[in-house]
Design a protein around this ligand. Structure first.
Ligand code: ADP
Ligand code: MG
Length: 348
């Protein structure tokens, strides 16, 4: 697991977990779109970034600092690489957790060349002293480097050539005000619709040399929870299955067979998601019930239930979070093959 994406909590690897898994790393490299034009979906973000980048290019200045915000697996790292690519400059990558001391950031900044893109992933996790140094670097393109310790310590000003900071965060709400204010442009990445994800799957299949039927691509897309990383991963699982059972041809049958083996249902729920719904409905009459109770019932950490399962259950309209606890919607009852009690929101 990459320490950049997975340090807060560990969950068993599920094919529909949007965080990066060990096995994703190499393939993701080859599947990343290399230009704004190749980037599928996110029309608003693409249009806005195009304006920010070409405006700066025309005026011959470095573009404003850019914040990319959104859930894991939607293309933030990919977009950061594209920004550098479009500007024709080099990309220097680091992450919030890697910047523990101001000195860690100073080392990065002192290597920067004019016009470079500095990418800080998970920027909400940057340590405080580094963050304060970053304010100055972003605003004035200079920092104060402290040399020595105690009463003899001196501060040496260091000029930094103009650069563009690209920050990525899954938790924009955790950014401090002063840091957020120093970004000239914030792009909010949204979940993808099935049409866009079908294109993601078709494109990835072409790059990987997978022979895939159109309806199979739609099927994979519709079970991928709005997330390209999951779409690409499911494609790989389905390809494995098709290699064994269908001479490598990915058709609808092979897709359904593979996703059954990997416990991904027609809404893209995995076993843990269904266990949570089951605990909520069969165990607690549909709620309201607290997240800790649900977590104990399924034998998981409550952070896992809260950060991995719930966002998608809520987005898929299966669960709502209320002041009194989690409540199952009628759709959730139907999904488990049950009839919701009268008065359940959304009951037919
Ligand atoms: N718009 C897109 N079109 C095609 N592939 C995409 C797109 N966005 C993301 N991907 C793929 O999904 C994977 C995860 O993207 P990444 O940029 O690492 O997401 P994030 O940094 O937001 O977690 C990458 O391998 C990339 O190939
Ligand atoms: Mg990333």
């Amino acid at each position: 697991m990459s320490d950049i994406e997975r340090t807060e909590f560990e969950v068993p690897e599920s094919p529909v977990d949007p965080h990066r898994h060990q096995g994703d790393t190499d393939l993701e490299k080859s599947l990343r779109p290399k230009s704004l034009n190749d980037f599928i979906g996110q029309p608003k973000v693409r249009e806005q970034l195009h304006l920010v980048l070409s405006g700066a290019r025309q005026r011959g200045v470095t573009p404003d600092h850019i914040l990319l915000s959104g859930p894991p697996g939607l293309g933030k790292t990919t977009m950061a690489m594209i920004v550098a690519q479009e500007l024709g400059t080099s990309l220097r990558m680091t992450s919030g957790p890697a910047l523990e001391r101001a000195g860690d950031l100073a080392a990065m900044l002192s290597n920067i060349m004019e016009g470079d893109v500095l990418f800080i992933d998970e920027i909400h996790r940057i340590a405080r002293p580094a963050e304060e140094m970053l304010y100055m670097a972003m605003e004035d393109f200079r920092i104060d480097v402290i040399v020595g310790k105690g009463p003899g310590a001196t501060s040496i000003p260091l000029e930094i050539p103009p650069f563009t900071l690209v920050g990525a965060t899954t938790r924009a709400g955790m950014l401090t005000g002063p840091l957020r204010d120093r970004f000239g442009f914030t792009a909010q990445m949204e979940f993808y619709d099935t049409e866009d994800l079908t294109q993601v799957v078709t494109r990835a299949a072409a790059i990987l040399g997978v022979d895939i039927a159109d309806d199979a691509a739609v099927e994979i897309a519709s079970r991928s929870r709005g997330t390209p990383r999951i779409a690409n991963r499911l494609l790989r699982r389905v390809r494995d299955y098709a290699d064994v059972h269908a001479d490598g041809h990915v058709d609808l049958d092979a897709t359904r067979g593979a996703l059954e083996v990997f416990d991904v249902d027609d809404l893209g729920l995995d076993r843990l998601d269904r266990a949570v719904l089951d605990a909520l409905i069969r165990g607690h009459g549909g709620g309201p019930v607290g997240v800790n109770t649900l977590a104990i019932a399924v034998g998981e950490e409550s952070t896992t239930v809260e950060e991995v399962c719930e966002p998608y259950l809520v987005r898929a309209g299966l669960m709502s979070r209320t002041g009194r606890g989690r409540v199952a919607t009628a759709a959730a009852w139907y999904h488990l093959g049950l009839t919701p009690p009268e008065g359940t929101p959304g009951a037919l």
